[in-house]
Design a protein around this ligand. Structure first.
Ligand code: FAD
Length: 309
């Protein structure tokens, strides 16, 4: 038996209630719709299960990755030899409306969070309209739009430091930068976040949400995508760089840089990670050659390294 089989047997012996799927296509777990199979996909039900699963992962020396909605991830065509964990249980989806703060599970979607805010007349998060992430993923990436970001709303985070240490981390110990969160302990998994509340009215929230929706729809390309591929370099938009180097609409196999939003890659239905990586490589090379700009990707590419021996 290999280590993965031992891992599955241990999960069965420990009567872990979280559901799991063997050989899940990663294309179904990501918005770009690309990627081979992962060895095991686990829909994590509770923090207790998560701890047990992480202990077994550690014992069996397996590789793992926590995902949210997979809206910023590019997995390889060869898949991911390891475990994919998604926080789907009730505790990861709950929202508690407390004095001065909202305490939310990391698995909650931006849409659900916004719906809740609308009901309870809580403002300040409207800019998340149209960002298709979970709270955990959005905090990890410090997702933002229209000059606001989620980091600006975070008071503290409840994290699990694998395999079993739980902690609350105050925002004073964290550094939210452009699409980056610094200060989390290595490998920490975000379980919950306490977000600052701002009283508002349903009308004001609804007006802002509609405004952001319309603004986004004006420039949103159709098709499977992961949003912006490159971060904006100092003083310039990444789409302008792509425009200037003449790569608007550039195609490789089933993937192309959108014609209406050049910093977005669109999967026309049969793209591979290889097509996408080729586009990323050529954009980076030409930006350097022609404009002396080092573009950095916003999207995270998850390589398929072998399980550690
Ligand atoms: C149509 C579209 C529009 C977009 N627009 C925007 C935009 O306007 N602004 C913007 O900032 N982004 C945008 N994005 C990108 C993406 O939605 C954000 O980066 C989002 O924050 C990712 O959230 P996710 O839940 O999908 O995370 P994933 O893509 O699943 O994961 C992202 C990273 O977070 C980590 N992670 C996920 N959950 C946890 C957790 N609980 N604990 C610790 N780490 C975790 C993952 O390991 C990974 O490293 C867009 C994407 C799309 C498809």
């Amino acid at each position: 038996m290999n280590r993965l089989n031992f891992f599955i047997s241990a999960m069965q012996e420990k009567k872990i209630k979280s559901a799991w799927i063997l050989g899940m296509p990663l294309s179904r777990l990501t918005t770009i719709g690309v990627g081979g199979l992962c060895s095991v996909y686990i829909l994590v039900r509770s923090v207790a299960d998560l701890m047990e699963i992480l202990k077994e992962i550690r014992k069996k020396r397996l590789r793992y990755k926590v995902i949210g909605n997979g809206s910023n991830l590019l997995f390889d065509d060869s898949g991911f030899k390891g475990i994919i964990l998604k926080l789907t249980g009730k505790s990861f989806q709950a929202i508690k409306d407390l004095p001065g703060e909202l305490v939310c599970g990391a698995g909650i979607s931006s849409q659900k969070l916004l719906r809740f805010c609308m009901q309870k007349k809580i403002g300040g998060l409207e800019f998340l309209t149209g960002i298709p992430g979970t709270l955990g993923g959005m905090i990890r990436m410090n997702a933002g739009a229209f000059s606001q970001d989620i980091g600006g709303r975070v008071k503290r985070l409840r994290v699990l430091i694998p395999p079993s240490k739980l902690a609350w981390i105050k925002s004073a110990s964290l550094r939210f930068e452009y699409r980056k969160l610094k200060g989390l302990p290595q490998g920490a998994i975000i379980l919950q976040a306490a977000l600052r509340k701002k009283a508002s009215s349903r009308q004001s929230i609804s007006e802002k949400v509609n405004f952001f929706r319309i603004e986004r729809e004006k420039r949103r390309p159709k098709g499977k995508t992961f949003g912006s591929v490159f971060k904006n370099p100092e003083g310039l938009h990444a789409w302008e760089v792509i425009e200037r180097i003449g790569l608007r609409g550039y195609r490789s196999g089933g993937a192309c840089l959108s014609t209406c939003h050049p910093n977005w890659i669109v999967n026309s239905g049969h793209a591979s990670s290889r097509d996408i990586l080729r586009i990323i490589k050529i954009v980076k090379r030409k930006a350097k050659e022609k404009l002396n700009i080092d573009l950095e990707t916003e999207v995270e590419y998850v390589e398929n390294r072998k399980v550690r021996k």
